[in-house]
Design a protein around this ligand. Structure first.
Ligand code: GLY
Length: 337
């Protein structure tokens, strides 16, 4: 192989500029090079929020390895904490609203920017699976409340009681004082958000939650809202949020993280900048006393990162290099600050 051809073979086409390369080559050489791609080192890569992300990653990874699509892997992965009664912030066993009702929010998004979401859904253990059906089987992006429930039932989902005895007791205890103060972090609380970069380098993501405990009946957080709780652009990267949904919605958090990556920021830098923005918007706000937000992000090159406003946030990462493990991102301040 000539040194000129070797050089081209070992170089990302994008860094040279396609026009200048093609102008120096014969037709047969260009055909060969058009299909050449420089692969990121770590693929697939799965990142999920909080400790419950570890079991979710494990399931999603195994599904991917046995041939599932990325979306099926996400549904199965985040389905683990959804079904786990000990996870009090997602699905079955989630802490209820102030009327004692468990209401669920979820969304899912694929490499083509197709998405599906459900909000204020009651009685269905796996809202993420219903969100996927919204994506696949309706002309819409989000269904809510009784409409979402009717749709789920029409798709064959089973209605069941999601309020466990433990969560009912916690609600009854809360009723004694009835003070609204979300407990993000205290029970390693919150949404599970999962981002997935598959072997082909395509991005997808999902998130699912029972939302803030003791919320007003009907409240919907950031998690089912594309652009707030989750966003991706398959040409750039993906981001997802956890924490107080109101703050994430006010700032279109995940969409902004992706836009910063588009402008050249690393996933860590992008997450940090949006957390700083949220802090600046909320430092004199009534929500500040209990405000926690965290973001995770991955770019098309397989670089990933995260950042949170307050200490305590962590996320699970699974890749081919180091396996499945927890990582702690940087944060702006502690709970005492
Ligand atoms: N991030 C979950 C919620 O606020 O509902």
């Amino acid at each position: 192989m000539s040194s000129r051809r070797k050089f081209i073979k070992n170089t990302a086409l994008g860094t040279l500029g396609a026009a200048s390369v093609f102008s120096q080559l014969s037709a047969s050489e260009t055909t060969r090079i058009e299909f050449k791609e420089v692969k990121p080192k770590k693929r697939p890569l799965i990142i999920s929020t909080w400790n419950h992300g570890l079991a979710a990653n494990e399931e999603a990874w195994n599904r991917l390895k046995s041939g599932s699509s990325a979306l099926d892997a996400i549904v199965a992965g985040v389905g683990i904490p959804e079904a786990d009664p000990e996870v009090r912030s997602v699905g079955y066993g989630g802490l209820p609203d102030r009327e004692g009702k468990v209401t669920l929010d979820a969304c899912i998004m694929d490499k083509n920017s197709d998405c599906g979401a459900v909000s204020f859904l009651q009685g269905i253990k796996h809202p993420i699976a219903v969100a996927k059906k919204v994506l696949e089987n309706t002309p819409h992006v989000m269904l809510t409340g009784t409409g979402a429930l009717q749709f789920a039932l029409s798709e064959g989902f089973k209605e069941e009681n999601l309020l466990t005895e433990k969560s009912k007791l916690a609600w009854e205890k809360w009723l004694e004082n009835s003070k609204y103060k979300p407990v993000i972090n205290i029970e390693n609380h919150d949404t599970i958000s999962m981002l997935l970069l598959d072997e082909e380098g395509n991005l997808s993501g999902g998130c699912t939650t029972s939302g803030a405990a003791w919320k007003i009946h009907g409240r919907v957080g950031d998690s089912p809202i594309i652009g707030a709780g989750l966003f991706l652009d398959n040409e750039v990267g993906a981001a997802a949020a956890t924490g107080l949904g109101e703050a994430v919605i006010r700032t279109a958090g995940s969409a902004m993280v992706v836009e910063l990556m588009r402008q050249g920021k690393s996933p860590n830098e992008a997450c940090k900048e949006i957390v700083e923005r949220i802090y600046n918007k909320h430092k004199n706000h009534k929500d500040m006393a209990y405000l926690q937000v965290g973001f995770i992000a991955v770019n098309k090159q397989g670089e990933y990162g995260g950042y949170s406003l307050r200490s305590g946030f962590n996320y699970a990462v699974y890749d081919t290099e180091k396996g499945n493990r927890m990582e702690k991102p940087d944060f702006k301040m502690t709970w005492k600050d």
